[in-house]
Design a protein around this ligand. Structure first.
Ligand code: DAH
Length: 344
């Protein structure tokens, strides 16, 4: 032994204690710890030697010396354990955290791509003074069709394969019924957009799904003209697709508007030259719109002699598919995080 201390007297055990304590305090590497274990706690270590001396002590002294020896062993064992725990990153009275290390990145969620598109459409119209309204997903036949000027046996009802819940109760096939609900509650001037979910009993494929989202728009006031419709939708398109966006207006048919048109925006990917997204046409169809049919204004309780208005409706999925270059609408509904993560 290299301690130079003879464990013969009570006094010297006290000295050994102090020595053990100071050696323990100096353990900073695993090698130091191993050296301490060999010196103090191995078969040929100091603690064993102390116990051997105790057994040789006079009977009168033995009990007290034994107690001291036990204390020394406990101190060495517990002290070593604690130092080892510190070295391997375990608990200690001193913090073993390195505050300078970079933190673990937290997995962050992100908005669903459909909500991102909806929010930017919404914000552009809010910027133009539109308010927001919502209507129920479960609608009556009256709001979904009748009040929108669909005659009972009008073939246009077949344009939208409807999920019926009960007689005259259905899942809305478009957001246009909210137009009627807004007009019933508000007097002109009205400028409102109505985002929401719509349902159609269509075969599910890469291009169509039984559920999708629309944003409806409504503007009613004295003297609202087709020029206002064009100006509003051009301003929207430039804000959404870019300053150089150009629109093409094609005649169309909807029972609730007269005249009815569909609007195409020049393909923002190829600039009109023709690509796979626009199917070489240079144009992308983005929405339906028109001047509100007088019958529809009357359904909403609005004087069709005094007021005119325009309405429009666009599909959020369609715009999201174009904007993000996605080729399968079902991806929006599968909630596969590997897909969703790409939009964070
Ligand atoms: N509701 C129509 C649809 O789902 C879209 C639409 C067309 C809405 C013309 C309108 C409109 O408000 O004026 O296909």
């Amino acid at each position: 032994m290299t301690t130079g201390v003879s464990p013969n007297s009570l006094e010297s055990i006290e000295e050994l204690r102090r020595k053990a304590e100071s050696e323990l305090a100096n353990i900073v590497t695993p090698e130091d710890a191993e050296k301490f274990r060999l010196d103090w706690l191995s078969k040929k270590g100091i603690v064993r030697e102390v116990f051997r001396k105790v057994s040789e002590a006079a009977p009168a002294e033995r009990k007290e010396r034994g107690r001291e020896a036990n204390e020394l062993r406990d101190l060495a064992e517990a002290g070593l354990e604690q130092r080892l725990a510190t070295l391997t990153g375990g608990a200690d009275t001193e913090p073993s955290i390195d505050c300078t290390l970079p933190g673990y990145p937290l997995p962050r969620g992100s908005l669903h791509p459909l909500m991102t598109i909806r929010n930017s459409i919404r914000d552009i119209f809010i910027g133009m003074g539109f308010t927001i309204a919502y209507g129920p997903d479960i609608e009556s036949d009256y709001y979904n069709f009748e009040a929108l000027n669909f005659q009972p046996d009008h073939p246009a009802r077949d344009m939208q394969d409807t999920f019926h819940i009960a007689e005259k109760v259905l899942l809305r096939t478009h957001t246009s019924p909210v137009q009627i609900r807004v007009m019933e509650l508000q007097k002109p001037p009205i400028r409102t957009i109505m985002p929401g979910r719509v349902y159609r009993n269509e075969e599910i494929s890469a291009r169509s799904y039984c559920l999708f989202h629309q944003v409806e728009g409504l503007c009613v006031d004295e003297g609202v003209s087709f020029a206002d419709l064009k100006g509003t939708l051009l301003a929207f398109s430039r804000a959404f697709f870019g300053d150089n966006a150009r629109l093409k207006i094609r005649p169309s048919y909807f029972p609730f508007t007269e005249p009815s048109v569909e609007i195409d925006v020049e393909c923002f990917l190829c600039g009109g030259a023709g690509c796979s997204i626009c199917k070489q046409s240079g144009w992308l169809e983005i929405l339906g719109c028109g001047m509100i049919h007088p019958n529809v204004l009357r359904s909403g309780g609005i004087d069709s002699e005094k007021y005119t208005g325009f309405a429009f409706g666009m599909g959020i999925e369609r715009i999201a598919l174009l904007k993000f270059g996605i080729d399968d609408i079902r991806l929006f509904f599968e909630n596969d995080v590997r897909f969703l993560r790409q939009f964070s």
